[in-house]
Structures are given as structure tokens and as C-alpha cells.
Design a protein around this ligand. Structure first.
Ligand code: KG4
Ligand code: ZN
Length: 332
């Protein structure tokens, strides 16, 4: 990948994190994330209208902070990259409108970035990842197995037919009374639990490259109802986490063998899960596959991954106009 030689300001507001970053190619000068988790905690999930308002409040202070940390004057910025798809329309609009205003006022090139491509190529920030490779993208809204032929050329080879893995973590955490966001809450609770205590369904029958987590979510709810007060919550969390980690790992290894791929990347918010990282690392080692996993702050939503893609696409000569729109649903 070749990149713009100057620093790119990245802006990300697709969901519940307001993020701004200053990045030159693969070098991250700053990556500031202002989380709204505390706001949504009281409702146990994201309220789109509240998310958009919070982004409007946090956007300029977050951009300012990213420039200060990077020790960069706004006039030194060479281009602006902003997430415009997929995500919550109101939330995306705040970032896109802010990016357009800056691009117009400072006469800077603007590039609209697909959030999923931001995640998929986040593995290339720290490592030289060979292509083609298999990417397991696991986030709050997506669970996909993707063959990355080269940056910009993607084949979807598997996907969830119902809930995304992150969504399953969030819903299971809610029924277990562990709070929001569910992923980190389940991971914390699971440390004190026994992962073999409860047997939970794995969804679709092997072999397949698709996923289904709706049955697992329902099984956790039934467990809570049937066990009542005697439920061992840490063990339920550990059993749930173990099941998801095993399914994701097995499907990824299967996809690699099907495609004859020798390299794997693990990206997206759920890639922050240490048990999943451990399981996939062990299986990749056993099968002679090279595994690339970004640092945790590059797995969960962040603007550095958006600026990284923007720097590359701007160097290719791509530009987005002042009339560019946002999209709630979008493929790679
Ligand atoms: O990529 P991301 O930050 O946002 C989306 O693009 O959706 O992913 C958010 C998801 C949430 O569902 C959250 O519960 C999950 O990632 N997550 C985790 C962990 N940290 C975040 N899931 C499991 N274990 C974690 N440590
Ligand atoms: Zn994401």
C-alpha cells in the first residue's frame, strides 16, 4: 500500500464512539476515542438519537485533542478521511458534516471511508500482512469471513445469518445482568468462571463458513430462567465466551483450508476478546497459519483505522465530493 506523504485527519462517528486521529501512512500520531458507553449504559444499549447528539457535542473537542496530542497544526493536515458507511445514519451525519466543513474551509481533499474496510485493513497498520489472506471481521454489527485478495478487493466467504458476534455478547451480558457494553463485561466475569460448566449450542452444523448466534443467545436466556438464583453467572459467561470463541476459530480455520490460505487476520471490536485471540492463535499455530491481530485499541472503533484507509485511497487519487452521503447499510 502506498500512502499520502502528509498527515491525514481521520474522523469516526458511526456508532457510539466519537474518534479523531492524525495518521501519516502507517504511523499513528494520535488516536483519541471519546466513548459514549456511560450514556447508553442506563438504557442497556445504544439509543441512536442520543448517540448523534453526543457526537455533535464531542466532535470538535475530540478533533482538537487529536491535533494537540499529534503536535500538529490543522494547517499541516494534508487530507481528511471520514467514515460515511455503514452505521447509524444520524451518528454518521455528524462526522461527515464536520469533515465536509473542514475540507471546504481548509481546501483539503476529502475521502469517505467504509468502516468495514477500516477494520479489515487495520491489521496492515502494524504488520506487513501477506495477500491473499482470510480476515475474520467480528464487531457489534458484523461477523464475516472475508478473503482479502489485495487491499480494495474482497470476497465475502461467510457471514452471520442472524446476530453479529458482538451483538450476541451484548445481549447475553444483558440477560446475565452484566451491563453494557457486553463484550468486556462478559470477558471480566468469565475470568472467575468454569467454561465447561454449561453446555451451549454452537449454531450451524459444520462444515460451513456461515455463523448463527441467535440460538446461543436464546440458550443463555433459558439458562437464566431455568437456573434462577442458583445460576453461576461467571461460569455462564465463561461457557458463552468459550462457545463463541470455538465457533469463530473453527470456521476461520475451515475457510483457510478451503481457500488454501496461509495467513489470517482477526479484526473488529470482538477481536479485543483475549480468549478468542488465544483460541485462534493456538489453532493457527497448530495448522501452520500466520496470524495477525491489531493492538486492542485498533480493534474497537477508532479513527486511526479510518485515516489509514483514507491516506491510502487519497494517494490513489480518490476524492469524495461535498455532496457525498451517508449509508446505513453497506458491503465492502
Ligand atoms: O468494532 P466495534 O467497536 O463497533 C462496531 O463496529 O460494531 O465492536 C463493538 C462490539 C460490541 O458488541 C462489544 O461488546 C464488542 O465489540 N467487544 C467485545 C470486547 N470488546 C468489545 N466483545 C468481546 N470481548 C471484548 N473484550
Ligand atoms: Zn466497528
Amino acid at each position: 500500500m502506498t500512502y499520502l506523504s502528509g498527515p491525514v485527519l481521520g474522523i469516526e462517528t458511526s456508532c457510539d464512539e466519537t474518534s479523531a486521529a492524525v495518521v501519516t501512512g502507517r504511523t499513528i500520531h494520535s488516536n483519541v476515542v471519546t466513548s459514549q458507553a456511560d450514556l447508553h449504559l442506563r438504557w442497556g444499549g445504544i439509543v441512536p438519537e442520543a448517540a448523534a447528539r453526543k457526537h455533535a457535542e464531542a466532535l470538535i473537542p475530540t478533533i482538537r485533542e487529536s491535533l494537540t496530542i499529534a503536535d500538529c497544526d490543522i494547517r499541516e493536515i494534508a487530507g481528511i478521511a471520514v467514515t460515511n458507511r455503514p452505521g447509524l445514519v444520524g451518528a454518521l451525519s455528524v462526522g461527515v458534516t464536520g469533515a465536509k466543513a473542514l475540507s471546504w474551509a481548509l481546501e483539503l481533499p476529502l475521502i469517505a471511508v467504509n468502516h468495514l474496510e477500516g477494520h479489515v485493513l487495520s491489521s496492515a497498520i502494524a504488520d506487513e500482512v501477506p495477500t491473499p489472506h482470510i480476515c475474520l471481521l467480528v464487531s457489534g454489527g458484523h461477523t464475516e469471513l472475508i478473503e482479502v485478495v489485495q487491499p480494495g478487493e474482497y470476497n465475502q466467504i461467510g457471514r452471520t445469518i442472524d446476530d453479529a458476534a458482538g451483538e450476541a455478547f451484548d445481549k447475553a451480558a444483558r440477560v446475565l445482568g452484566l451491563g453494557y457494553p457486553g463484550g468486556p463485561a462478559i470477558e471480566r466475569a468469565a475470568r472467575q468462571g468454569d467454561p465447561s460448566r454449561y453446555s451451549l449450542p454452537r449454531g450451524l452444523q459444520d462444515p460451513t463458513s456461515d455463523f448463527s448466534f441467535a440460538g446461543l443467545k436464546t440458550a443463555v436466556r433459558r439458562l437464566v430462567e431455568s437456573e434462577g438464583e442458583s445460576l453461576d453467572v461467571p461460569s455462564a459467561a465463561a461457557s458463552f465466551q468459550e462457545t463463541i470463541a470455538a465457533v469463530l476459530t473453527d470456521r476461520t480455520i475451515y475457510a483457510c483450508r478451503e481457500r488454501g490460505s496461509m495467513a489470517v487476520t482477526l479484526v473488529g471490536g470482538v477481536a479485543a476478546n483475549s480468549r478468542l485471540r488465544e483460541c485462534l492463535a493456538a489453532k493457527c499455530l497448530a495448522h501452520g497459519l500466520a496470524l495477525y491481530v491489531p493492538a486492542i485499541d485498533l480493534c474497537t472503533d477508532n479513527a486511526a483505522m479510518i485515516a489509514h484507509v483514507g491516506s491510502w485511497r487519497l494517494a490513489l487519487g480518490e476524492r469524495s465530493g461535498a455532496d457525498s452521503d451517508v449509508e446505513a447499510v453497506s458491503l465492502l
